[in-house]
Design a protein around this ligand. Structure first.
Ligand code: ADP
Ligand code: MG
Length: 678
């Protein structure tokens, strides 16, 4: 038997169970060994019976004093009772229909039990407990996810049998140097102890190793992907001056924009396709960078496609790009779902004939309309809805076009490497000159009326406002909810203004419609959950009020705040919170003192961990089995450092000591590519 053989060969599994295990994602012996417990039952520190918490799960140690005859309650229901003691207090053990377990209990025998304790201070019962002998060696028991037909015992036994074979697999992807440099244990030890630890220390040692390994393999996998994306020659371009583009712009580009453009142009003149991320804070001018690239592609006789996550963003990009590029003789079109079939057909024909050089549309539309005359550049706006897999998919399309990804979420380098490891990164760390700072204030609920007064003054000056609530309806307790909030202010404080509601549960056509009405100033106030599009541009909106502000991550608040201050009007952001703890104050102070998104995200990472960056599961990475980006930052950093070392010493992982790592890294993305196709 080999490590990557079917799990059916493991003693105690067989073909039938192997078929069931598939449902749990376990197909090979390797998968079984890496099928980690979802939790553990810890029998190592029992509670005295007199100290057990009533109506909760407890672990107790007791001796069986006597067993009662079974009581047949009704057809198919038999109750077994035994009396037990820990020499201080007594307890009744109750089993339902479990004759086998009951018979195995010996009077006078010592047992450890895990189950719910009920009763009162003088009479206690434990019902349907899990029971092990006091003498058992497995005092910490793994608990696995199950599927019909597969019990805990089946998995435990199968894992034990696989571990018995482990030495014959000769498998240890990490070299001795790595083990000692990073202070981690060998794989054999880790696997044994992740499944059957004898104490918590062993478990933690095992976990540390497996987390490190998982991150390391992910990082290496990204590197391999990055190479693979670059193997094929794409639409190699030649250098052409885009001076006329610079001249036609109504403003001077920032140095950051210029250098990002020059990164992109030089990428596009290489033999391998560009794979670049332009990361820039809200308002840093990413679209102008994208337009420069489109123009460059146009001069090279190539088409560009710009894909946005929603129709409304697509429409916005279209108007910006058309503004920038039409004067230079570049034909730009917008491809959206709301066009009539006839219009779509016409536009698609003109795309196919090469009349349009720049095609703007939603992800779905652009991807499904593959008939370009000569697609050379794909631009993806708002990164995290478009994962690694889809990027890899695009790269395989047609001529292997250049890919430019634009993201408005400034994220710290550690995390950027993690999610965008397959991309080169340009950072727009500078805002265009003359941008106004958004005045940001944190207030408590007591000042809400005053804040409303302030907002109304802005509305009376002709501006518009956003109000953000953390929840949609009242079910999320204690949080202000957008729907009822909107009704309330529409009836009271803001009755003479036009109020709109936006939430994530609305169908996207309805969301688009509301956004469009707000954009056209048919609404004065938009009450919304956090769904207000990143990247939406309503220059007339000059004030935002955020309720329960302490509920949001700093980066998220910063993103939200970026919806205002996009025009020439002085803009304001009011953070309302009744949380007056020092930590909350400190956090909100960071926001009012800086408008640098990168700085804010670093602080956020320090204060809250990376959870906020990954809350939405939209990064498109393969699912992690044991590592958590929110909890294992330290391991993430050391694994990254280790990956960098490995890659710089052995870029193609050709050394034999890296063979097993390479295998795992390749397998990781192979698997996720397969899943993506299902
Ligand atoms: P984001 O990076 O958030 O997508 P946009 O590309 O939407 O930013 O740009 C925001 C606004 O700033 C747009 O109106 C754009 O025309 C303008 N802009 C872009 N670059 C500059 C610049 N260098 N100087 C002045 N205004 C700029
Ligand atoms: Mg944008």
């Amino acid at each position: 038997m080999k490590l990557f053989d079917s799990v059916a060969y493991v003693k105690g599994v067989g073909p039938k169970r192997a078929e069931l295990l598939k449902k749990l994602g376990v197909e090979t012996v390797y998968d079984l060994l890496y099928f980690f417990p979802r939790t553990y039952i810890d029998y190592t520190s029992p509670t005295a019976i007199s100290q057990t918490a009533l109506d909760e799960q407890n672990v107790i140690k007791c001796r069986i004093c006597s067993k009662l005859p079974p009581a047949h309650i009704r057809k198919g229901m038999t109750i077994y009772k035994a009396f037990a003691t820990d020499d201080e207090s007594d307890i009744t053990v109750i089993l339902y229909n479990n004759e086998y377990l009951f018979k195995s209990l010996e009077v006078g025998g010592e047992y450890i039990m895990y189950g719910k304790v009920t009763g009162n201070l003088t009479r206690r019962e434990i019902s349907s407990p899990l029971i092990i002998s006091e003498k058992s060696d497995d005092k910490i028991q793994p608990v696995y996810h199950l599927t019909d037909g597969i019990s805990q015992t089946v998995i435990r036994k199968a894992v034990k049998n696989a571990l018995l074979m482990f030495d014959s697999f000769c498998f240890e992807p990490l070299s001795k140097e790595i083990l000692s440099d990073y202070g981690i244990c060998a794989l054999r030890y880790a696997l044994e102890n992740i499944h059957f630890p004898r104490d918590m220390n062993e478990l933690n040692t095992a976990k540390k190793r497996l987390v490190f390994e998982e991150f390391l393999i992910l990082q290496l996998g990204m590197q391999i992907l990055r190479k693979r994306n670059r193997q094929l020659t794409g639409c190699k371009m030649t250098y052409k001056s885009i001076e006329s583009y610079y001249k036609s712009l109504p403003f001077e580009l920032t140095n950051a924009q210029k250098s990002a453009i020059s990164d992109c142009l030089s990428d596009m003149t290489r033999d391998v396709p560009m794979n670049r991320l332009v990361q820039g804070d809200v308002g840093s001018g990413k679209t102008a960078v994208a337009a420069a690239c489109c123009y460059f592609a146009h001069l090279n006789g190539r088409q560009s496609a710009l894909m946005a996550p929603t129709e409304i963003l697509a429409a916005q990009h279209y108007s910006t790009l058309a503004n920038f590029l039409s004067p230079l003789g570049v034909n730009v079109c917008l491809l959206t779902g709301s066009l009539t079939p006839k219009q779509k057909k016409e536009i698609k024909e003109k795309i196919k004939s090469g009349y349009y050089s720049v095609i703007v549309g939603t992800h779905a539309l652009v991807v499904s309309s593959t008939n370009f005359e000569s697609l050379g550049l794909v631009i993806i706006d708002e990164q995290h809805r478009f994962g690694v897999k889809q990027r890899a998919g695009l790269a395989q399309k047609g001529d292997n076009p250049h890919i430019l990804v634009m993201s408005a979420t400034p994220i710290p380098r550690t995390l950027a490497l993690m999610i965008y490891g397959d991309l080169d990164i340009s950072v727009l760390n500078e805002l265009p000159k003359g941008r106004q700072k958004i005045d940001t204030y944190a207030v408590t609920g007591k000042l809400r009326k005053r804040a409303y007064g302030f907002i109304k003054e802005r509305l009376d000056e002709g501006r518009q406002a956003y109000i953000v609530c953390p929840a949609i309806d009242e079910t999320e307790s204690g949080l202000l909810a957008a729907n009822s909030y909107a009704e309330k202010i529409a009836a009271e404080d803001f009755h003479e203004y036009r109020i709109g509601i936006l939430n994530g549960k609305m169908p996207s056509s309805q969301k688009d419609e509301i956004m469009a009405r707000f954009k056209e100033h048919q609404l004065d106030v938009l009450v919304s959950t956090t769904v207000i599009e990143v990247g939406i541009d309503v220059p007339n909106a000059a004030v935002m009020l955020i309720e329960n502000a302490d509920r949001f991550g700093l980066s998220q608040l910063h993103q939200l705040r970026g919806r205002v201050g996009r025009g020439s009007f002085k803009s304001y952001c009011i953070l309302v919170t009744d949380n007056v703890s020092e930590e909350s104050k400190k956090r909100l102070k960071i926001l009012s003192s800086t408008s640098d998104g990168f700085k804010i995200s670093e602080e956020d990472l320090k204060l809250r961990g990376p959870g906020d960056f990954f809350g939405s599961k939209q990064h498109g990475l393969p699912q992690l089995k044991i590592a958590s980006m929110a909890e294992n930052m330290e391991e993430l950093r050391s694994a990254q450092q280790c990956a960098e070392k490995i890659i710089s010493a052995d870029p193609n992982l050709l050394l034999s000591k890296h063979a097993q790592l390479k295998l795992l890294a390749k397998r990781l993305f192979q698997k996720s590519a397969d899943n993506a196709m299902n």
